[in-house]
Ligand binder design. Structure first.
Ligand code: HEM
Length: 503
């Protein structure tokens, strides 16, 4: 016992001066006080991360430390600091910590698959979803399947109200699953996928009994994926799947993981493939349908482009090679998507320092991050703060990101920063495909249907929306159900009966 105390005294005497001098040299950002050791501020953070971080920022400035379930995390809410961390000129940061969390929580993966995911699977995603070749090979099949899926949803719903999240989720989930994995893929897992996505936070919280329902959903999906893999793996490919899915799955097979982990890695990939896109599309519809003036403006833009670019025929649009759906022809649609992401992105990019490093921020300040330290880039705070004082956090302005071509430079500098797809080397690898999905789905629905947004009581929802659920990272999830009533537009009712068009 005495020997142990002596050893400790020697250890402390040796290292304390080193630590102290290091601390003096690099005093580091202030730490948010906490009462419970290890737990730290996890409870306040989990309850409403947006509000909590915003209060901390007011009190401690744009860079501060928090302790969350044993992890010390440096939060960066400063634009310069975030840009520098994204740029990462000295290659100090990696993203493994966040991806490890996704593999464990979403996929239930027990082994180590983070290198497989980052170093082998992500490059395949990046290659398959490029703006030119990648989209050209995927878009026609996406458009074709989406058309039939939307028509089926419309026919099934009849005159009744549809939950907006299930309508958007079902359509995009089924379409993209079939595009990537083929028609054999068990798309019936969607309701469990929706539960998994909306209760993600419970899977990361250290309170297992609260997560029972979502764990059951996850386990059911994993089991069905194992059956799907077993049934359709031919020895060299998954029957009916796209080249991208086959290339990825071959690497998963080569890694020699247990079959539940194979299915878990696949599920984690699927979560990345669907979650942000579905949630972004949900909010885009919610914002547009809750504001008649914005809805009319975007419908005018879409109708006018359908007329000038595709002779007024939506089927010509759907059958064309991916057209330019960017800001030149569709400035309002482009701006509406950015504005949606500005308001709803809570996701903050998590990075782990691989060596001692410093992040310049503010007016010449520097945040010292030691090797192994975690940083969280609070991009949501930056995107919203610039407009907050002016007109309120929740205000959706459809043309906020429209550039006036004559004064492009001036207006651009007045626009709030946009980090919707992250930045630097780890910028979103699926962004071109994500934007294609959101845009084609919006064009299809707005062209074909009159849509009305209803709240939980069935009352028409105009003006304000229920606030986003602030507890889940990524794109905010809805805090209350919203519904839609859809009816085929007059012009399409006539044209489909006259000419038998496919939509
Ligand atoms: C509207 C939909 C989407 C949004 C808003 C979005 C947003 C983002 C953001 C902000 C990041 C950066 C995270 C960070 O800095 O750590 C990211 C990374 C990533 N996204 Fe997306 N994403 C979307 C759709 C997709 C799709 C459809 C895929 C296809 C699989 C995808 C694949 C990825 C991958 C692989 C990464 C990691 C990149 C890396 O670490 O190198 N995303 N996404």
């Amino acid at each position: 016992m005495i020997a142990l105390v002596v050893i400790w005294i020697i250890v402390l005497a040796t290292f304390f001066p080193v630590l102290l001098s290091r601390w003096r040299l690099h005093p580091g950002p202030p730490t948010v006080p906490y009462i419970l050791p290890w737990v730290g501020v996890a409870i306040e953070y989990g309850r409403n991360s947006v509000e909590f971080l915003s209060r901390c920022q007011e009190r401690f400035g744009p860079v501060f430390n928090v302790l969350v379930t044993g992890f010390k995390i440096t939060i960066i809410c400063d634009e310069e600091g975030i840009k520098n961390a994204f740029r990462d000129r000295t290659r100090a940061f990696r993203t493994y910590a966040g991806h490890q969390q996704v593999l464990r929580a979403i996929g239930g993966v027990k082994g180590d698959a983070v290198h497989l995911m980052n170093d082998q699977l992500f490059p395949i995603i990046a290659r398959s979803f490029t703006m030119s070749d990648g989209l050209a090979s995927i878009a026609p099949r996406f458009n074709e399947i989406l058309t039939t899926v939307v028509a089926k949803q419309d026919a099934d719903s009849g005159p009744s109200h549809l939950p907006l999240n299930s309508f958007v989720g079902q359509c995009l989930f089924e379409t993209t699953s079939r595009v990537v994995f083929g028609d054999k893929f068990p798309t019936s897992i969607y309701p469990d996928f929706e539960t998994l996505d909306s209760q993600f936070a419970l899977l990361t919280a250290p309170i297992p009994f609260l997560a029972r329902k979502v764990v059951k959903s996850r386990d059911r999906i994993v089991r069905l994926l194992m059956v799907y893999i077993d049934g359709f793996w031919t020895g060299s490919s998954l029957e009916g799947a796209s080249p991208m899915a086959n290339e990825m799955f071959s690497l998963i097979r080569e890694a020699g993981l247990p079959s539940s982990d194979e299915a878990g890695v696949l599920l984690s990939f699927m979560w990345g493939l669907h979650s942000n896109t579905i949630n972004t599309t949900y909010w885009l519809f919610a914002y547009l349908l809750s504001d008649r003036a914005s809805f009319k403006r975007i419908r005018d833009e879409i109708d006018s482009n359908m007329n000038t670019m595709f002779g007024g025929d939506i089927n010509t649009f759907l059958a064309s090679p991916p057209p330019d759906l960017g800001s030149v022809h569709f400035p309002l649609m482009d701006s509406a998507i950015k504005e949606t992401l500005r308001l709803t992105i809570l996701m903050s990019s998590l990075r782990e320092a691989q060596k001692d490093t410093e992040i310049p921020y503010g007016d010449g300040k520097r945040a010292f991050i030691c090797k192994g330290g975690l940083i969280l880039l609070n991009v949501g705070a930056i995107q919203r703060r610039s407009c907050e004082l002016e007109e309120g956090l929740a205000h959706f302005r459809i043309d906020r990101y429209v550039l006036d071509q004559t004064q492009a430079h001036n207006l651009a500098s007045e626009q709030p920063s946009f980090f919707g797809f992250g930045g630097g080397a780890h910028m979103c690898k699926g962004r071109y495909y994500a934007l294609h999905q959101v845009k084609v789905f919006l064009i299809l629905c707005i062209s074909l249907f009159d849509m009305v947004l209803l709240d939980e009581t069935g009352k028409e929802c105009q003006g304000s929306l229920p606030p986003p659920d602030p507890t889940i990272p990524g794109i905010a999830r809805p805090s209350e159900q919203l519904f839609i009533r859809m009816e085929k537009r007059e012009i399409y009712r006539e044209s489909s009966t006259e000419s038998g068009t496919s939509v």
